[in-house]
Design a protein around this ligand. Structure first.
Ligand SMILES: [Zn+2]
Length: 479
């Protein structure tokens, strides 16, 4: 944690994304424009997710953005969960519509309506479809990338012959999310099951991956839902089984969104601003001539050569030969979070060396010019791993297992604040009663994140009522 991050994390965050030129506000409340450097981070996430979806047999399709009001009324929990956040289209071409149309918050209802037509027999199953789209949830409090009224995401919608197959799909997709978020974004996550009150509206079970930001708050980084036959019954999605009998399909849905961009910034950023993991950085390496380079044409010749070598390796490289001072350029590219900077001046060239500096490390290192492309590639790979290690160490440091009662939690929060620390997350027992969960939230603003599959410890008593714990749960403040 740095000073500005400590004092006011939100203003640090907004400063960082603005200095890095990732987004802009628009006159539409809660709706942001993704500028190219922000959008490209999403494109790298998309590419990796999409590759893994296709590897596991899924195909992309597209569904309409407008959803008839009557569709929402078919699934009771779904309408209850989403209706407060829905924007509506009520007229078109100067006339009032007979039925209001919602801007989709998610597509289970439209998909359900269509799947009831598309699925007739067990031979049509499984249906494995994903959609890349924008969705709308009219949020009261917004924060760029993390919570916006319109955002980009992917939503998978699958249908299966039975519960076993649908549950296997639900877990498979959660695992893909965990792998992509850890490997590509260098963000460690806890995977687990949501408590009933935190479930997706209309799901039988919701699973999530949860990540810790540098202010200790959690971001739900991806969710995967087993929907049972609830949507199949609401939309009449039946198939003829091998015995020629009608059965309801079992469906799943799963999603990740552009809030992953916000998470990357909040997990890796520092006092200088953005720090991007190499695998998602729009520019991975920047080459900067230093010293009296304009009088030495060999400098630019050599940088052109390095540029070509890096390009040939598939590395996203920029050469900054603008007339700003090197110090100015260093600062600019640091604000943009570029993972590796290369400096080359006349004296370096004489020594047949160049200087490289990783964005997240203090010291610069000299490397031999003949092997520089390999060295840079190595530096990018090392940084990718190092960022995950650092984020993991940070998370371990701020994950607490010693809190077993509400009094202890209140004390823990007070102590942390007094010591200038963040309260982080706590692992605590829970009896399974909604009322206990609610009480913890009201008193401390700590909410249940998930019931982790592999908790670092097991708890025997409920944090609120002290009776026997049925579950061991992560609690924290969350975005
Ligand atoms: Zn309890």
């Amino acid at each position: 944690m740095t000073n500005q991050q400590k004092n006011d994390f939100t203003s640090w965050y907004i400063d960082t994304i603005q200095k890095a030129d990732l987004m802009d506000y628009t006159p539409v409340r809660g709706c942001i424009a993704f500028k190219p450097d922000g959008y490209e981070i999403w494109e790298h996430i998309q590419a990796e997710m999409d590759r893994r979806f296709k590897e596991t047999g899924h195909r992309n399709a597209y569904f309409p953005m407008l959803i008839p009001e009557s569709f929402f009324e078919k699934e009771k929990d779904h309408i209850e969960g989403f209706s407060p956040e829905l924007p509506w289209v009520t007229e078109a071409a100067g006339e009032k519509l007979e039925e209001r149309l919602a801007l989709r918050p998610t597509s289970e209802t439209m998909v359900g309506h269509l799947y009831s037509d598309w699925i007739k027999s067990y031979r049509d199953l499984p249906v494995l479809i994903n959609q890349w789209a924008n969705v709308f949830r009219w949020e009261k409090k917004t924060l760029p990338f993390i919570r916006t009224s319109e955002f980009l995401w992917q939503e998978g919608h699958t249908a299966h012959v039975d519960e076993e197959e649908a549950r296997a799909e639900t877990m498979q997709m959660l695992n893909i999310y965990k792998e992509v978020v850890e490997e590509l974004l260098a963000i460690p996550v806890y995977d687990g099951q949501k408590t009933p009150s935190e479930r997706f509206a209309g799901a039988v079970d919701t699973y999530s991956i949860e990540a810790m930001m540098k202010d200790g708050k959690a971001v739900q980084a991806g969710t995967s839902h087993y929907l049972g036959t609830k949507f199949a019954q609401a939309f009449d999605i039946k198939y003829l089984n091998k015995e020629n009998k009608h059965e309801f399909v079992h469906t799943t849905s799963w999603g990740t969104s552009t809030r992953l961009i916000g998470s990357v910034i909040m997990v890796h950023g520092d006092e200088q601003g953005l720090v991007l993991p190499p695998r998602v950085a729009p520019t991975q390496v920047v080459l900067i001539p230093v010293g009296p380079w304009k009088k030495n044409p060999e400098i630019m010749e050599r940088l052109d050569k390095i540029y070509a070598e890096l390009k040939a390796k598939g590395i996203r490289v920029r050469l900054d030969d603008s007339d700003q001072s090197p110090g100015y350029k260093f600062n600019e590219w640091e604000l943009k979070g570029v993972p590796v900077r290369v400096e080359l001046g006349p004296r370096d060239l004489e020594n047949n060396q160049a200087i490289i500096k990783a964005r997240d490390e203090e010291e610069k290192i000299s490397v031999d010019l003949p092997t520089i492309a390999d060295c840079i590639e190595g530096a990018l790979n090392t940084m990718q791993t190092r960022l995950l290690d650092k984020a993991r160490a940070f998370r371990e440091k701020h994950s607490h297992t010693h809190v077993d009662s509400l009094e202890q939690l209140t004390q823990h929060i007070t102590d942390s604040t007094e010591n200038g620390e963040i309260p982080g997350w706590i692992l605590a027992g829970w009896c399974g009663d909604d009322a206990c969960e609610k009480q913890v939230k009201e008193k401390t603003k700590f909410t249940t994140r998930n019931i982790p599959f592999n908790p670092p410890a097991t708890k025997s008593t409920c944090i609120n009522c002290g009776t026997e714990a049925k579950y061991t749960v992560w609690f924290s403040r969350a975005y």
